[in-house]
Design a protein around this ligand. Sequence first.
Ligand code: GLU
Length: 384
Amino acid sequence: MTFQIPREEGLALRQKYLDAARRVVVKVGSALLTSQEGIDRTALANIAETVFALCESGREVILVSSGAVAAGKQRLGGMGQNIGLKEKQAAAAVGQSSLMRSYEDTFNRYDKKVAQILLTHSDFAKRDRYLNVRNTIFTLLSWNVLPVINENDTVSVQELRFGDNDTLGAMVTNLIEADIFVCLTDVDGLYSGNPATDPEAQLVCSVARVDKAVEKMAGNVVGALGTGGMRSKILAAKMASARGVCSFIGSGRTPGILQKLFAGEPVGSFFLPQEEKMQSRKHWIAYTLRPKGSIVLDDGACRAVVKNGKSLLPSGIVAVQGKFSIGDPVQCLDGKGKSIASGLVNYSSAAIAKIKGVQTSEIEKALGYKDSDEVIHRDNLVLL
Ligand code: GLU
């Protein structure tokens, strides 16, 4: 298995990153924080203890916490059962206040102040909002206040949702340029098989890169209380790794998990950062923006884009799907419908429909004007 690093080598490597990590994002899942009775105060106290100890070690800590929907459902009793999106959004409104009250009560024991930040996907896609969130978090950290972040479930429309807090956690990691993304859940980490059914299944200690084999290992099992399951944690680790940041997945039920991790104990699964760090702008195109449509490429254009790092010209386009404007993000598909790249277009979907298959020298004739030779310039194109 190529992605796995031999245990001792992996542990030595992870220690190097852990020793250097000053700013840490800790994501805590619903499965960990809530039980049949609502917010699990004991579980929350354990998390608070380990998070506080990490703050005391001189590191900056930012918490991303789920649990609003689960806590709200419990509080609503019968009304909160078997509910759809609309009711989940309402349940989050009920549960978020309980969640924050629990955090506040628990961290009060340590005289640690907490602050609630609720974010939507568009807060990351719009530059002014992005910068405002960053500034607020940095100000809170400078005051020694612990930011507790969740998705603003009540205002997030379906197509703009993060989907799960694992993705939100990785995006926050990128937003504040944290050194490590820690994902605490109710399992010990990534297993080579399903530990419930496969006696041979082993905990994977260190992962060099998230490739297809790792994604397959994570399976598609979705947690009962949260939304993500292991797959979304792996994809979040991949997103962080592309920006040169390491990730950790481990059990929040293990007492003092964060101290154990930083002290070098062989807990959980560690994901090393990609050596060649993706530029911030390209990472934003690939992981933050949501495609507004697709462009289908012929084989020659796929080769030029993927193998030779070229821009996308109109001559290699066979079809355009969806409605989008100049500057919008789109995905590039090969002939089989597989997504090969994402990029920002220089022409609208209507204009591309007119110039597809056309040589660059003929753009003006086909369209009546020419803004650019390329439909997507390679500086705005990210291979997937
Ligand atoms: N934002 C949701 C909540 O607080 C959780 C989403 C998730 O579990 O990933 O309930």
